[in-house]
Structures are given as C-alpha cells and as structure tokens.
Ligand binder design. Structure first.
Ligand SMILES: [Zn+2]
Length: 75
C-alpha cells in the first residue's frame, strides 16, 4: 500500500494543486512554501531574480548583507 502525498497551495483559502515549491529567504530564515501558479506569481511580483552562482571558479570574498537598510558591523 503506497501513500500518495498531495501538495496543495499553502495560501489560506486557496487549496489548489501547487505548480511549484517556492523558496523564500529572508533575514529571519529560509522557507519553502507550496504555491499554485497564481499565488507563485503574486509572491515574486516585484522581486528580483537571483542569478545562479557559478559552481567553479575563484572564490570571491562574500559580503554579508543584512536586510535592506541594515548596516553590517565590520572591521
Ligand atoms: Zn494558491
């Protein structure tokens, strides 16, 4: 007997079969949320697409970036 897991949109009151799992990273942590096509579109509205990091190549120093407007204590 096998179980079938059905994922539905996590937006309250929606319950549609989600098109995809959306990852959200904020200064409070990283989240995964299942969203239908419509809500997925809403979630990324106004967002900037992040470029994928190259797997190889010289490692460049990374800068810790807080949320917008948050100063990062340094040196
Ligand atoms: Zn939805």
């Amino acid at each position: 007997m096998s179980k079938t897991i059905v994922y539905v949109c996590d937006r309250k009151g929606c319950g549609k079969t989600p098109a995809q799992t959306t990852r959200i990273t904020s200064n409070t942590g990283a989240y995964k949320v299942d969203l239908c096509a419509e809500h997925s579109k809403d979630a990324v509205e106004g967002a900037t697409r992040q470029k994928r990091r190259a797997k190889r190549g010289p490692r460049t120093p990374t800068t810790t970036v807080g949320s917008a407007g948050t100063a990062v204590d340094g040196v």
